[in-house]
Design a protein around this ligand. Structure first.
Ligand SMILES: Cc1cc2nc3c(=O)[nH]c(=O)nc-3n(C[C@H](O)[C@H](O)[C@H](O)COP(=O)(O)O)c2cc1C
Length: 444
């Protein structure tokens, strides 16, 4: 009898600020090129999928938030799988692959993914592909790209072995079907670890249970990218292809008002609590701040987001302008345009740079200029601390500035706690509906 080949897999993402979602969407697009069909859902959309009866392989991309917690959208999911009354074979029908996103500067690296993986194992689910743990402190892509590249052969092999299993079960059984299935899967996993991915088997075979840091001097793998930032010698990587065109325009006009907010919606509020989320030896400290807004007069509802605005120091902006050779042009308007023919998916002029802003305004209000060197995009602009990069000739100014504009701001992250209910957290990056809290923060 001929069986119809099933090329579908279930693709779930749990994202706090959008990176896991973007990566899942990338997997979704690439799946088509690999002749597969991804059924993509946010993990919170529990009415769209059912793991208890899922027959196809499942791929999960999840980040971590707070102090080692899964994203808000995965809280219900994790609560459900954590139900202690579930039998140990509850998910034994399930084959899955998991990509965790995290940041090794935090105490519990990739814990969101580790929690799900550990519980899946306890419930009898089996990995058809090894767990990938990507580190935002050094660049998610170091693990994400090879992990996705390895996902396709792993899925194809999974589908092929399912077909083989079906054929086996149609013949008179000479071996227990489960034994065939298990040995086939185990050997497949072993092969995938070594052949398809070409990565270190010992590292991959490690149990993924609790917070642990990559060992110093160990090789990059899907399990970790490179040693954490605190143990890393920082280098300036090559610039990726530019996708923004920058022109400077002389002008005597005023800068735009800050991100279109009026003075009346800016409030000064006290910080009443600060909890350090990152490890003590982290290069960049991240704090969870609680703000006392009880004395302010604005109205808000649960779900509203606050912008916390941290201007860069004038002295550092001036220093950076000098290093980039842009001091003379600091009051020029910056005109940004997406380069014709760019191959970058979804290339767009960054929304966080208002039209008709001057160079100085952008460096003061729109970009973070203190980030630790890690990704190529940041490199030409993030040099105020260590004189890392000085343009060799004036022609380099514009590309350098284009790259700095393309660098995302907000590497200083804020998760704003509602003071009346510390359990309610407002993820950054949501559309702002409420007022803006002006908080000149000094983080180090
Ligand atoms: C407020 C906050 C808390 C975080 N906590 C952790 C953590 O405890 N462990 C970790 O490995 N990464 C942590 N991260 C890093 C994120 O998991 C990482 O940047 C990830 O790429 C974000 O993906 P997302 O945009 O899909 O949420 C945290 C990030 C933020 C902003």
């Amino acid at each position: 009898m001929c069986c119809k080949t099933n090329h579908r897999f279930l693709l779930l993402y749990a994202s706090q600020k959008g990176q896991a979602k973007a990566i899942a969407e990338e997997i979704y697009h690439q799946a088509k090129d690999s002749g597969l069909e991804a059924d993509l859902h946010c993990i919170s959309e529990s009415d769209k999928y059912n793991l208890n009866s899922e027959k196809d392989p499942v791929v999960i991309v999840t980040s971590t938030t707070g102090t080692g917690e899964p994203p808000d959208t995965a809280v219900k999911f994790v609560k459900e799988i954590n139900d202690k009354s579930l039998p140990s074979d509850h998910l034994s029908h399930l084959r899955y692959g998991l990509l965790g996103l995290g940041d090794s500067e935090y105490t519990f690296f990739c814990n969101g993914g580790k929690i799900i993986d550990k519980r899946f194992q306890e419930l009898g689910a089996q990995r058809f592909y090894e767990v990938g743990l990507a580190d935002d402190a050094v660049g998610l892509e170091l693990v994400v790209d090879p992990w996705i590249a390895g996902l396709w052969p792993a899925l194809h092999q999974e589908f092929a072995s399912r077909k083989k299993e079906r054929n086996h079960t149609e013949e008179p059984p000479s071996l227990c079907a489960d034994a065939v299935c298990n040995s086939c899967i185990n050997s497949r996993v072993e092969r995938l670890k070594l052949e398809v991915l070409g990565v270190n088997n010992d590292l991959l075979a490690k149990a993924v249970t609790k917070s642990e840091l990559p060992l110093q001097g160990s090789q990059p793998s899907l399990f970790h990218s490179v040693p954490p930032l605190s143990q890393l010698a920082l280098n300036v990587p090559a610039l990726p292809p530019e996708y923004l065109e920058v022109h400077f325009q002389e002008s005597s006009e005023q800068d735009p008002s800050l991100c279109c907010v009026s003075e009346s919606s800016i409030f000064q509020v006290p910080v009443i609590k600060a909890v350090q989320l990152t490890r003590d030896d982290a290069i960049k400290r991240t704090l969870l701040l609680e703000l006392d807004i009880s004395k302010t007069t604005f109205s808000y509802q649960p779900g509203d987001a606050f912008n916390v605005i941290c201007p860069n120091y004038t002295s550092e902006v001036e220093e950076l302008l000098h290093i980039l050779g842009l001091s003379e042009k600091k009051d020029y308007f910056v005109c940004l345009k997406v380069k014709a023919g760019t191959k970058k998916r979804g290339a767009a002029v960054p929304l966080y740079i208002p039209e008709k802003s001057t160079v100085k305004f952008i460096l003061t209000w729109c970009l973070e200029i203190r980030a630790v060197l890690k990704k190529p995009l940041d490199t030409n602009v993030i040099c105020s601390r260590g004189s890392v990069c000085t343009p060799k000739n004036p022609q380099e100014e514009v590309p350098a500035f284009a790259h700095s504009c393309a660098a995302k701001p907000g590497r200083i992250h804020f998760q704003v706690c509602h003071v009346h209910n510390p359990k309610v957290t407002l993820p950054e990056g949501n559309e702002t509906r409420g007022s803006t809290v002006h908080l000149p923060l000094v983080l180090d």
